[in-house]
Unconditional design. Structure first.
Ligand SMILES: *[C@@H]1O[C@H](CO)[C@@H](O)[C@H](O)[C@H]1NC(C)=O
Ligand SMILES: *[C@@H]1O[C@H](CO)[C@@H](O)[C@H](O)[C@H]1NC(C)=O
Ligand SMILES: *[C@@H]1O[C@H](CO)[C@@H](O)[C@H](O)[C@H]1NC(C)=O
Ligand SMILES: *[C@@H]1O[C@H](CO)[C@@H](O)[C@H](O)[C@H]1NC(C)=O
Ligand SMILES: *[C@@H]1O[C@H](CO)[C@@H](O)[C@H](O)[C@H]1NC(C)=O
Ligand SMILES: *[C@@H]1O[C@H](CO)[C@@H](O)[C@H](O)[C@H]1NC(C)=O
Ligand SMILES: *[C@@H]1O[C@H](CO)[C@@H](O)[C@H](O)[C@H]1NC(C)=O
Ligand SMILES: *[C@@H]1O[C@H](CO)[C@@H](O)[C@H](O)[C@H]1NC(C)=O
Ligand SMILES: *[C@@H]1O[C@H](CO)[C@@H](O)[C@H](O)[C@H]1NC(C)=O
Length: 469
């Protein structure tokens, strides 16, 4: 996560790297160009997955995969991110970080670096086994979702010396999530989900956010050719070893395009090279998705379009809370701003390639504890970066935490905000909500939204129809 790339917020993003780093986290018709594009190949649901070497111990009966497979370009993507599972984020699972007793453990990198290995491994294994279980897939299916996006760190991809000419060490990261990841792919197919896998944490870090695995003011990825090559090796491993169970591979999440030309030129070449590698390895069957990298979709106009490129898509993230400028918007302005995005996304899609809103949420502020990084406060309360004299928008009380404290007005606003963003996503190929589950920031949780009534148990239901007209 997360920021909308307005010119102002790009400047904010730049200055942000110098500060204690923060986490960053209308209907139109299909164009002719879109309908001419070949769907990703969803016709081979692959229910058979080798049994997990370790994972859930619960026994279960697999349901029958749906007989009506999802068709890209025709059906709308309605999904959730399985955030905080294979890439830890302090604000999603604060207890995991609090339990270390060490305030300097702020991300998955330091989680591995500053603890006894066996202790850290044990906590991670328990987390991998319990954060998302089969019943989550059952619930997600029951509430009308058809996609999951699974953020994955490169350190969980078990390259051997046959897969890379570079070191296979991921130290200080702790590897071992791969079997749990394979189990997730298996559950996804059992419950008729299509799967988007994204490389959320790249070697060296692609953005410096804790959600890349490493919170750092100097993300190295683009400046170290070996990191880039290793990421390609990871992409190859993924499609060769699990490509038949992955519908779309997003080759990198939120690369820091705001770092300038030296970064973006490497990124663009990486996109081309990873696309070509995937096509060489597995043909056209796996969709390939690209993040706009905070540059705005228009920066990628004419870059990965059919017919030269097959089954490509762009991922745009839609948040309005990571700058004072955005927080200053009234509720009605948040709605109107979202409505406006619809047109720009659809315009991009109609003359380029498929577009998906791959991350968005109901959050109307950045109040969730540690959302901006462990120990970093909320801009909403003027606490971000710890500096004094920042704009204060209000108190966070009643806006985060247990939803038993949320007012009816707040819940109604989140319901309306949910619906408008669903409309925006469905003006293009669809949407993937961030996230299915959080430990305590209920406003970010799809499952808590359903329990609390501000997310409908059928995402096509509308209390606010024609909201943008
Ligand atoms: C768009 O779709 C609607 C509903 O399917 C249809 O009535 C309308 O003619 C279409 N417009 C264009 C420009 O294709
Ligand atoms: C697998 O899980 C069992 C029971 O939870 C545990 O005893 C065993 O050590 C685990 N094995 C591996 C390889 O993680
Ligand atoms: C590499 O591939 C060779 C030939 O297939 C195989 O014998 C060897 O075990 C592999 N090495 C690793 C580390 O997987
Ligand atoms: C460059 O990347 C390689 C491969 O990920 C890594 O082993 C090496 O430590 C990196 N070097 C620097 C200076 O970051
Ligand atoms: C994409 O690849 C598929 C499968 O190989 C092929 O049938 C289709 O014609 C390709 N689409 C385009 C637009 O070239
Ligand atoms: C994949 O798609 C490309 C571009 O659309 C097409 O030229 C190529 O023939 C396809 N490859 C296969 C193996 O179908
Ligand atoms: C939405 O677009 C309209 C028309 O361009 C503009 O007047 C309005 O200010 C925009 N709304 C927001 C919140 O940016
Ligand atoms: C709920 O609100 C009360 C008082 O307003 C506060 O003391 C409590 O900490 C809040 N609980 C949560 C989970 O946010
Ligand atoms: C949320 O608050 C309700 C009512 O106060 C309580 O029953 C529930 O256990 C709380 N949930 C969590 C996760 O703390």
């Amino acid at each position: 996560m997360f920021l909308l790339p307005t010119a102002v917020s790009l400047v904010l993003q730049l200055s942000l790297l110098a500060l204690p780093i923060t986490s960053q986290h209308c209907h139109l018709n299909q164009s002719r160009r879109q309908s001419a594009q070949q769907p990703f190949d969803p016709s081979v649901p692959s229910p058979s997955v080798s049994p997990i070497t370790n994972g859930s111990s619960t026994s279960f009966t697999h349901p029958q995969p749906s007989s009506t497979p999802f068709v890209y370009g025709r059906d709308k993507i309605r999904g959730v991110n399985l955030g905080g599972w294979f890439v830890l984020e302090p604000w999603i699972t604060p207890s995991i970080f609090e339990n270390t007793g060490n305030d300097n453990i702020v991300d998955e990198y330091t989680f591995g670096q500053m603890q006894n290995y066996q202790t850290a491994l044990g906590v991670l294994q328990n987390h991998w086994q319990t954060w998302i279980v089969e019943d989550d897939f059952r619930q997600m299916e029951a509430v009308g979702l058809n996609h999951v996006r699974i953020p994955l760190g490169y350190w969980s991809i078990p390259l051997t010396s046959n897969d890379t000419q570079l070191s296979t060490s991921v130290s200080p990261y702790i590897s071992g999530a791969w079997p749990y990841f394979l189990q997730a792919l298996s559950w996804a197919k059992s419950y008729s989900f299509n799967v988007i896998v994204d490389i959320h944490g790249a070697p060296g870090s692609q953005n410096g956010y804790d959600n890349s695995g490493q919170r750092t003011s100097s993300p190295m990825w683009a400046y170290n050719q070996s990191d880039v090559q290793k990421t390609i090796d990871c992409v190859m491993f993924l499609v060769k070893n699990a490509g038949d169970k992955i519908d779309i591979l997003e080759v990198m999440n939120e690369p820091a395009g705001f770092l300038g030309d030296s970064f973006t030129s490497v990124l663009r070449q990486y996109y081309i090279d990873s696309y070509n590698s995937i096509r060489m390895a597995v043909g056209n069957s796996t969709g390939v998705m690209f993040s706009d990298g905070f540059l705005g979709l228009d920066s990628w106009a004419d870059s990965f379009n059919p017919p030269q490129y097959n089954s490509t898509s762009f991922d745009i993230h839609m948040y309005q809370i990571f700058s004072d400028e955005e927080l200053a918007r009234s509720f009605d302005q948040h709605i109107s701003y979202a409505c406006n995005l619809s047109q720009s996304y659809a315009n991009f899609e109609s003359s380029n390639t498929w577009t998906v809103v791959g991350e968005w949420s109901n959050a109307l502020n950045d109040c969730a504890m540690w959302l901006n990084g462990r120990g970093v406060g909320a801009r909403w309360e003027g606490q971000w970066g710890g500096a004094s004299g920042q704009q204060v928008f209000g108190s966070c009380e009643g806006y985060t935490g247990n939803y038993s404290n949320f007012s009816q007005t707040y819940k109604s606003q989140m319901r309306e905000y949910f619906e408008v963003q669903v409309e925006v996503g469905e003006s293009v190929q669809g949407w993937v909500f961030w996230a299915w589950k959080t430990e305590s920031a209920d406003e970010w949780s799809y499952s808590k939204g359903i329990a609390g009534g501000w997310i409908p148990s059928n995402p096509t239901e509308r209390l606010y129809p024609n909201i943008c007209s």
